[in-house]
Design a protein around this ligand. Structure first.
Ligand code: 3HC
Length: 698
């Protein structure tokens, strides 16, 4: 074949009756403006040449087109628009075949759907994940997929945004053929098949689609219950419904309008920020360091945390030695891990035939000496500095040179822990979140002397465990728990001043949190916060306002869900407010001379979020977090922050620094100690800067 025309990043290779069009836009062949332009003109040029009797589109690199270029979202759209490019393809008088490998997602799959036949290469995954980014398939996906698969599977794929494996895609009629080999080779072969009549082609817009109003209504009703806060999923259903009654051209117009509506929402901006936040946190000063090799890890402590960490490591293929001091503790750890692994099989995270092999990588032991050949050890015992220092002193004598020594402490000083060893450069914090085999956040806590390659090893381990690793500095609570300890108080203050725990929970659930703070406390165990308050009591500043209601609750032995009572009462299937709590609140109000006032739900949200943002700003200001986006990632992946709001500091930009300063100053009239304006926020307000600006600068 001869190379006739090059229109980077799209190349045409034409010979005789065959034109191969190759897209090459690393890393994921996203349809940037340049790709759209070049793809459209390439197809038009092949058609104008009038020689080709078949066109095959394939991609270079690791994947077929993985979607529209989402970095362009939110900027003024530039022509040609993707639906117009795909219309040229669908209406081409010369059949177009898409040969897809890797992940054909969003605009990538839509390119396939507009083609006249689709061939998948083994390992292909397809999907329309737009809804997870706050938009909907806007280049024909909602109109063409239902025509190929029927309404039900299309609705499921579009509304869930899930990825579909190659065989299922074949079974559903999304692809016509599953092949193997290099994309170009397959493209050449498929061109020959089309010419030889063995690979049929057809236009998707000419396929009829039967309406099913009951199915559409049921899906709309389901979403009204399960996703009342979200904008895009509902619009997806409207578009699929439109596909059942409108001709293609009108359906595409309808879809385009809904796509634009989604594009204009803050939810779209929040969800795309969350997508990039997950990736941005890997950009740390130590990223070019070579991590140490880690295949064998040790976990000290078989409690919930230690067992969760061990489970996560086993699932990632690592060998794990679990250490406990007593046989019964070890047995409990083994049983928790076994339960976790069985749960992973049940949830489809692990193949049933891999269960025994996975558990076979676990070595339980009562001897710390068993950690002599571990590459990395994670200590996950209870939060007591004396105990931790003792363990690290022992590890120093036992572990091989070069082993990484990590503590899973939630708030203790990692510098002090490191001093218990003769090798502080090998020590860091690896703070997991419970349940550790499920929650994606991992705070990598960097102490003063931690070696850069040890930090890199923490990040490499995070990646292996499929965690979102975020770099944090040493302070009480690191990024997440430090911010939580601050804003959680605002809920207690509002409770004492007149809002009920139920109103506060409901307002914040309406905002998008899966659970309000009092329900979270009940779930996590109120004794945890109680212990932390007692620990901090001696150093609590005299000016700090202190609410005693939680202490009163704990004094009754009511630690929340696990004891059947906390701020709520838990019966078999019911949860109701604990009436005793109201009495504690009233008694404390009376003692402190507080006359309760009413709060609107919006005021609750504003105060809670402003408190969170204020402490988050201080965490950025003093360098505990590298950038605002790191704080956002911590809250998105570890604290149930509503993803569609993008994280606390992305949300802060929607409010604006000037307004936040104004709010804090207003609240400070009641409590000047708690409500202090962070210097950084004041500066930002003065300079008109945003947290997003800081993300770009740092
Ligand atoms: N646009 C722009 N950049 C993208 C992108 C996209 N659609 N998808 C991925 N990237 C970037 C990532 O940010 C990352 O950049 P970095 O190296 O600078 O951090 C790089 O490509 C590689 O991505 P990953 O690190 O995620 O690589 P993986 O191999 O782990 O995953 C993937 C690859 C499965 C393709 C994953 O990146 C992904 O899921 N991407 C998003 C796919 C998607 O949502 N597509 C739909 C877009 S919306 C759309 O198409 C609208 C249309 O209907 C009109």
């Amino acid at each position: 074949m001869t190379d006739s025309t090059k229109a980077a990043p799209v190349t045409i290779e034409a010979e005789g009756e065959v034109a191969l069009i190759r897209i090459d836009n690393p890393p994921v062949n996203a349809t940037s403006q340049a790709v759209r332009q070049a793809l459209k003109s390439s197809v038009e040029q092949v058609l104008a040449d009038r020689k080709a009797r078949v066109i095959v589109v394939y991609c270079a690199g690791r994947t077929f087109v993985a979607g529209a270029d989402i970095r362009e979202f939110g900027k003024p759209p530039q022509e040609p628009h993707l639906p117009d490019v795909y219309n040229v393809i669908e209406q081409s008088p010369v059949p177009v075949v898409a040969v897809m490998h890797g992940t054909a997602l969003g605009g990538g799959l839509e390119l396939g759907l507009a083609s006249h036949a689709r061939v998948g290469i083994e390992g292909l995954r397809v999907g329309l994940p737009e809804v997870t980014l706050g938009v909907l398939p806007g280049a024909g996906g909602t109109q063409r997929l239902p025509r190929l698969t029927g309404l039900k599977p299309a609705l499921d794929i579009i509304v869930s945004g899930r990825q579909v494996a190659a065989q299922e895609a074949l079974d559903l009629g999304i692809i016509d053929r599953l092949d193997s080999g290099d994309p170009r080779e397959v493209a050449v072969r498929m061109a020959a098949e089309v010419l030889g009549g063995t690979l049929p082609t057809r236009r998707t817009d000419q396929i009829d689609l039967a309406p099913d109003p009951d199915l559409i209504r049921a899906e709309a009703e389901r979403l009204a219950k399960t996703a009342p806060n979200l904008f895009a999923p509902h619009r997806c259903v409207e578009c699929v419904e439109a596909a059942t009654r409108l001709p293609m051209a009108e359906g595409l117009k309808f879809e385009r309008q809904k796509f634009r509506d989604c594009m204009d929402t803050p939810q779209r901006a929040g969800l795309i920020h969350a997508f990039f936040a997950e990736r941005a946190v890997a950009n740390v000063p130590e990223k070019s360091e070579t991590p140490r090799e880690v295949t064998k890890i040790g976990v000290i402590g078989g409690g919930t945390m230690g067992s969760g960490i061990a489970t996560s490591a086993l699932l990632a293929g690592l060998e794990v030695t679990l250490i406990e001091v007593q046989q019964d503790g070890l047995d409990r750890g083994i049983s928790t891990i076994t339960g976790n692994i069985d749960g992973a099989v049940k949830r489809g995270k692990l193949k049933a035939n891999k269960r025994d092999q996975t558990l076979g990588r676990l070595t339980p032991s009562l001897e710390m000496e068993s950690l002599a050949d571990a590459d990395l050890v994670i200590e996950a015992v209870f939060e007591d500095m004396g105990v931790k220092k003792d363990i690290f002193g022992k590890l120093d004598g036992i572990c091989k040179q070069g082993a990484v020594l990590a503590s899973n402490t939630s708030y203790l000083d990692v510098n002090e822990i490191a001093q218990a060893t003769s090798r502080p450069e090998d020590v860091l914090g690896l703070h997991f979140f419970s349940p550790a085999h499920v929650m994606r956040l991992l705070e990598v806590v960097v102490a003063d002397k931690t070696a850069p390659e040890v930090v890199a090893t923490g990040f490499a381990l995070g990646k292996k465990l499929k965690k979102v690793a975020v770099r944090a500095g040493v302070c009480d609570g690191f990024i997440g728990n430090r911010i939580l300890a601050h804003y959680r108080k605002s809920a207690d203050y509002m409770m004492l001043d007149g809002a009920s725990p139920q109103q506060i929970d409901a307002a914040l659930e309406e905002f998008g949190f899966a659970m309000g703070p009092f329900k979270v406390g009940d779930l996590a165990g109120l004794d945890i916060g109680w212990a932390s308050r007692k620990r901090k009591a001696p150093t609590r500043p005299a000016e700090e306002r202190y609410v005693e209601v939680s202490d009163r609750v704990c004094e009754q032995g009511w630690y929340g869900r696990k004891t059947g009572k906390g701020f709520y009462v838990y019966e078999v299937k019911e949860i109701s407010p604990n009436p005793e709590v109201e009495k504690f609140i009233e008694a404390e109000r009376e003692e402190k001379g507080i006359t309760p006032r009413s709060f609107t739900d919006q005021e609750i949200i504003d105060r809670y979020m402003t408190a969170m943002i204020a402490e988050a700003t201080r965490v950025v200001e003093d360098g505990t977090a590298l950038r605002p986006v790191d704080v956002d990632a911590v809250f998105l992946f570890g604290y149930g922050f509503p993803r569609f709001r993008g994280g606390p500091l992305h949300y802060a930009d929607r409010i604006g620094a000037a307004e936040l300063v104004k709010r804090i100053e207003t609240y400070a009239q009641e409590d000047a100690h708690y409500w202090q304006v962070p210097e950084l926020l004041r500066q930002m307000a003065q300079d008109g800067r945003t947290f997003d600006d800081l993300n770009k600068e740092r």
